[in-house]
Design a protein around this ligand. Structure first.
Ligand code: FEO
Ligand code: CA
Ligand code: CA
Ligand code: CA
Length: 690
């Protein structure tokens, strides 16, 4: 048995039993056992716990007139300046309103968790657009799962695609597009033979992390997209790709290392989870569970707040590069160089990607931007950890239509806020069961608490650099609301309302942990919920109203669910909302991560109607194969097509006993065709009319 396999067999049981939604393998490899470890947020920030306040006027809070103007502002901004039509922009079709989408379908039935199938509605079919190991460059070898090497992997599509977007190239008559994907982490237990030499296995794993850009083509809008090997803009971002650190923390002593004495140039990106596409056609990517890549013996309180600790990492990269052990002289600050929002220009394969310190450092799920009426750019961002916070960034500069060079500077300087939610119902009515309070809604008001304003720290005792590098600690000091794991956070470009996917928090209400609050109303919250936020006026406002849109679960088995009043017997069961997206008419789409271990069904993609008599109606569009999570939904409803990233299919299996054969599904005994594999492969999938 190789050293490599021995290592993984040793490490996986360390995960212990899984207390949340995840399998032990996901816990160990993706989140560094975040759920089986201690809660990182041990701050006594409980003084502001959802206290009841006088009921506010929802009508006055909604500011609908402003929202309409805002959507228009954003739409024109996109059309004028981006080199491409960002997939999330509203089109003229949006005027048709909710539920007027061309993408009509009958909801599928949920699929049992052990089933290894990709399931789509009647009348639709699916195909992988690109799979783990597909060669991106002319010199890249075809994928061979039995002979994978690090040098091949560096020229091929990476592993575990999470956030993805597909941006149509302007002037191509809809026949060319760029596909962007994050490669969040690796599943070494199923990626290659246990006989693979350990050092090579680690090197393959490193080369399978990072980001990819790849060009797509199609014959017309009714035909499937195919990727182009060797296209000019194809690019892999690898562990040694140089990123420029921008903003107030660039050059700070907190981020300097012996390899980067300037504190401005960072090698690689890690834990890239969700993201967003900007109005100027760049991609934002969130560095999430970066802590799992570093050994930090004697971690300081600041390091522990980010989950850093002394144990060897699951992947053992510290054996190959001293920077992954932060006690090595010169690398004490290396972990401070991860946990940022990354901005990438997919249209320029020679561009230098950047990490924006002004947007704060935490376990960034992603970031989604909208242009406020005032012209400032506002980004919404979740910190995906139990009892951590929701943030927003407001740019100092203003958006200039058509001036891409200027717009690409907007995320380098601005104000940073963290959210405090106040419920409007008496605390005694929030009993942790999910029972609605007497006013019939989980709702209330909220405040964006300043961390950095006008280039100055708003946190007593901390400099701007400290606030931005140790953002979690800074936030602890101002009393934000501890949330049930904010994953994707996205504004609707139709209404300006913001949708926050709180994926779950099975620790809420446990002894010694914070109990239910109106915005996180269930104890032992396994199924998650969706918060709907309405800024009071302009998107830059520091006040908002909020309500829960969905309290997730299987209503047939769980009385604590809520679907904005829509009949519970007419919705698809949904659990662990993770990524959100909008279609061109403004309906919300939600992908899930964790349903197998909560409601017993494979994860999927769901459409949620937001307005009209069917508000709150949840309809399942697709279901992903065994052990997979559904990520990065992209809804091109005008083409009647949808894309999802299928991440970690079959991850609870092993090399010898695969749980999944997605997406090639090579029959037993058959010889795989060139580039195929009889093994699970993460892939970006297109669903289109049959
Ligand atoms: Fe990578 Fe927050 O999920
Ligand atoms: Ca209420
Ligand atoms: Ca996620
Ligand atoms: Ca997830």
């Amino acid at each position: 048995m190789s050293e490599n396999r021995t290592r993984f067999l040793e490490l996986l049981p360390m995960a212990g039993h899984t207390r949340g939604k995840r399998s032990p393998i996901t816990c160990a490899l993706k989140c560094d056992n975040a759920c089986s470890g201690e809660v990182c947020n041990t701050s006594r920030n409980d003084y502001f716990r959802d206290i009841a306040s006088s009921a506010m006027s929802r009508r006055s809070a909604l500011g609908l007139g402003a929202a309409g103007a805002l959507a228009v502002a954003f739409g024109s901004a996109v059309n004028g300046a981006a080199p491409a039509e960002a997939s999330s922009t509203l089109a003229p079709a949006a005027k048709a309103g909710y539920d007027k989408s061309h993408l009509r379908f009958s909801a599928i039935k949920p699929v049992d968790a052990a089933v290894d199938e990709f399931t789509v509605p009647r009348g639709f079919t699916w195909q992988p657009v690109i799979r783990w190991g597909d060669p991106l460059f002319k010199d890249a070898p075809a994928f061979d799962v039995n002979a994978q090497t690090a040098s091949a992997q560096a020229r091929q599509f990476g592993y575990n695609n999470d956030y993805s977007d597909i941006i149509t190239v302007p002037g191509s008559k809809g026949r060319r597009a760029l596909l962007f994907a994050n490669h969040e982490y690796t599943n070494e237990n199923i990626m290659f033979s246990p006989e693979t030499p350990a050092a090579e296995a680690r090197a393959i794993g490193r080369a399978a992390h990072g980001l990819s850009v790849v060009e797509l083509e199609r014959r017309n809008s009714a035909k499937p997209w195919n990727y182009i090997q060797g296209a000019r803009r194809n690019r892999r971002y690898l562990i040694d790709t140089k990123y420029e650190l921008t903003g107030p923390a660039a050059g700070s002593p907190l981020v300097k290392t012996s390899r980067d004495p300037e504190g401005r140039w960072i090698e690689g990106t890690l834990g890239n989870c969700s993201g967003g596409t900007t109005p100027w056609g760049t991609i934002l990517s969130g560095e999430e569970n970066f802590n799992g890549y570093f050994v930090t013996p004697g971690a300081s309180p600041a390091e522990k707040r980010y989950g850093l600790g002394s144990k060897p990492t699951a992947r053992g990269w510290e054996q190959d590069d001293p920077r992954f052990d932060t006690r090595n002289p010169g690398f004490e600050n290396e972990a401070n160089r991860f946990g940022w929002i990354v901005e990438v220009d997919p249209f320029d394969p020679t561009s230098t990607p950047r990490k924006h310190s002004a947007m704060g450092r935490f376990k960034h799920e992603g970031a989604n931007v909208i242009v406020a009426r005032s012209g400032h750019v506002v980004a919404y961002m979740g910190d995906d950890e139990r009892f951590d916070y929701l943030y927003k960034f407001v740019s100092k500069g203003k958006y200039r239509e058509g001036d891409r060079r200027h717009n690409m500077t907007l995320l380098t300087e601005g104000d940073l806020y963290v959210a405090r939610f106040t419920g409007d119902s008496p605390a005694a009515e929030i009993d942790g069961t999910g029972k609605l309070p007497a006013d019939g809604a989980f709702d209330g008001s909220g405040e964006w608490l300043p961390l950095v304003v006008d280039g100055r720290s708003a946190v007593p005792g901390m400099s701007v650099e400290e606030v931005l590098v140790h953002t979690r600690l800074a936030a602890d000091k101002v009393g934000p609301t501890k949330m049930d794991r904010c994953e994707d956070v996205q504004p609707s470009l139709r209404t300006g309302k913001i949708y926050v996917a709180c994926t779950n928090n099975s620790d809420r209400g446990k002894p010694g942990k914070e109990g239910p609050t109106e915005v996180n109303p269930r104890s032992l919250n396994r199924d998650g919920h969706i918060v709907e936020i309405t800024e009071r006026g302009d998107q830059t406002s520091t006040r908002f109203a909020w309500n829960l849109l969905l309290v997730c679960g299987d209503p047939a088995k769980n009385g604590s669910t809520y679907f904005s009043g829509f009949p519970k017997d007419k919705v698809s069961p949904i659990s662990c909302p993770d990524n959100v997206a909008f279609d061109s008419v403004g309906d919300l789409w939600i992908s899930t991560d964790g349903a197998p271990s909560t409601i017993g069904y494979n994860d999927g993609l769901f459409k949620v109607t937001l307005e009209g008599p069917e508000r709150g109606k949840v309809e399942q569009f697709l279901s992903v194969p065994r052990d997979a999570e559904t990520c990065g939904p992209v809804i091109h409803d005008r083409d009647r097509t949808v894309f999802v990233s299928v991440q970690h299919p079959g991850e609870e299996g092993s090399w010898e006993e695969p749980h999944s054969y997605f997406p090639d599904y090579v029959p037993a005994g058959a010889k795989p065709k060139r580039g195929q594999a009889r093994a699970p492969r993460p892939a970006v999938v297109q669903v289109l009319p049959r």
